[in-house]
Design a protein around this ligand. Sequence first.
Ligand code: GLA
Length: 389
Amino acid sequence: MTVTNDAQRAHGDRFGQPGRLFRAPARVNLIGEHTDYTGGLVMPMAIGFHTVAVISPREDDRLMFYSENYKEETVVDPAALDSGRRGHWSDYPAGVAWSLRKEGLRFGGFNLTLSGDVPLGAGLSSSASVEVAVAMAIQSLSGSELSLEKMATLCRRAENEYVGAKSGIMDQFVVAGAVAHRAMMLDTRSLKFDLLPLPEDVRVVIANSMVKHAVATGEYGNRRDEVEAGQEVLRRELGRELLRDATLADLEACRQKMSPESFARCKHIITENARVLAAREALLKADMKRFGELMAEAHASFRDDFAASCEEVDQLVAIALRQPGCIGARITGGGFGGCTVNVVKTSAAEAFVASARREYAQATGIEADCFICEPEDGALALAKKGGAA
Ligand code: GLA
């Protein structure tokens, strides 16, 4: 628990007072990629990396943010919150304060310390982890209790409208609402979800290709624009409000009315929604062979139709699939680098990590970071269990 200890100590040293502590995990998505901004289906789980937020009230109305990771303190005048992002790490916590205040939560000035061990730029949702930890902390000061849906929606608004990253709701929702030992199949339109068991004899191994990925910049937004252009055609021509409602036949009927890129991106999303449903069935039947096949199909679709993988990640997936005990492997997160997610027999997990790292280094010259994970609690469950401290 060094992150927790670091945060508490840093808060005391800096602000001369103890604070209340909240933790939010990172996440990995098992299947269902780029579906969450078109009302589609996703299947993430929380993992054992955390952001810790420690908060205490101030006498004045200033918002003080200190990052133990960046060893930097910054002050935000509440009157300046509405002027928006500054291009600084504090945009994330400030954006959450802005979003919560806009929702009507009342809070005065505070000191807030952040510390975390979530790998940055790896596609494991370091940003949602910060947002949810901060939202938990601020709501405790304001004396309100946000529902899971509200918390996720308000954190997403901070990211979309304040920070300026056009992400969907998957990350904030699972980071807040995950439950240990379960993957979460989330319907991003209704925000209804199922908690699904992963068999005891498998582990989820995350392998970081070390190719940097940033949702806030470039390619993620380009893909989203291509998807939305296709969705708009389906809406106009066939009255399909969201891509979620469209079939491959609908898409085919509109092929000539959209760019080849939009066609291919939408094809990925329509087939991916179907794969998430099939993956749910597979988990309910503990049919991990089927689950693995779906992961492989999802990777191929992400690489070929969505065109959002990269050479290193494709190599890492191919290497994983050759290893004994590997059930399935695919890219996870926004794409263009970042991590792969691998479902591996528990008994083979350590050997998997060793040989995947060795073979990836031989192929690319890059040392991949690998983590053997199990589904963890989200921030709300942690707080409820008294796991905040
Ligand atoms: C990023 C975004 C999510 C989602 C994934 C892709 O993680 O933050 O909302 O769109 O990419 O599935």
